[in-house]
Ligand binder design. Structure first.
Ligand SMILES: [Zn+2]
Length: 216
């Protein structure tokens, strides 16, 4: 059997100092480019073109659109939410919308998770507005993540998997369909199964010690 497919391969175009919106200070960055390759037996052979690029902060590991290099803290705009924070919020809203029902408890739970894993707290009315917006243009979680994966580094992917797990675990148990969805999410983001296994083991361990979403 011949095993072939495609995979994003990352390379660094440039390094330097930038004003990181998340660290709120001058930090080192890497400007990363993602090139899609045709793979044969998991070995990237033929470049198929650019899949995207992003700027990664070497301190907080946040990834941003490349325009962030022009960002100055003094101008005080907060449009530079890191890519994984955007993706995390969007993924959770899509998961919440998947069953067609949104209740206040779910909304509160998502708000809690967004604020736990993100650097920019969202208020409940802000989240509700965002949900309305997403609802007008709903999308499958996999389709969405496939699109944003080239803007994410390993750290960002990890956070998204952790949030998906947190959403699944919020009702006290993680059932097989939820585990299947988490595997699907990891697969779409081209995360290795050993990496996923490690994250899940870590999350399950924490669950045993205490309910992750008891108040803290
Ligand atoms: Zn940073």
């Amino acid at each position: 059997m011949i095993i072939f497919g495609t995979r994003g391969v990352k390379s660094t175009i440039k390094e330097g100092q930038f004003d990181c919106p998340q660290c709120e200070g001058q930090k080192r960055y890497r400007h990363r480019k993602v090139t899609k390759f045709f793979t044969l037996y998991f070995i990237p052979l033929i470049p198929l073109g650019s899949a995207g690029e992003y700027v990664e902060c070497m301190t907080c590991k946040g990834t941003f659109v490349t325009k962030v290099l022009n960002y100055k803290r003094s101008t005080g705009n907060d449009q530079f939410l890191s890519e994984y924070e955007k993706a995390m919020k969007h993924t959770m809203v899509l998961m919440m919308l998947a069953d067609g029902i949104i209740d206040d408890n779910e909304m509160l739970m998502v708000q809690k998770i967004v604020n736990k894993f993100g650097h920019n707290d969202v208020t409940l009315p802000e989240l509700k507005d965002y949900v309305d917006e997403v609802q007008r243009n709903p999308e499958d979680v996999s389709t969405y993540l496939k699109k944003v994966t080239p803007g994410l580094n390993e750290h960002g992917k990890e956070v998204i998997v952790k949030c998906a797990y947190a959403v699944a675990a919020s009702d006290g148990h993680v059932d097989p369909t939820e585990i299947a969805l988490i595997h699907k999410i990891a697969e779409v983001m081209e995360m290795s199964s050993s990496h996923l296994k490690g994250i899940l083991a870590d999350m399950t361990e924490k669950d045993k010690k205490k309910n992750t979403f008891s108040d803290n």
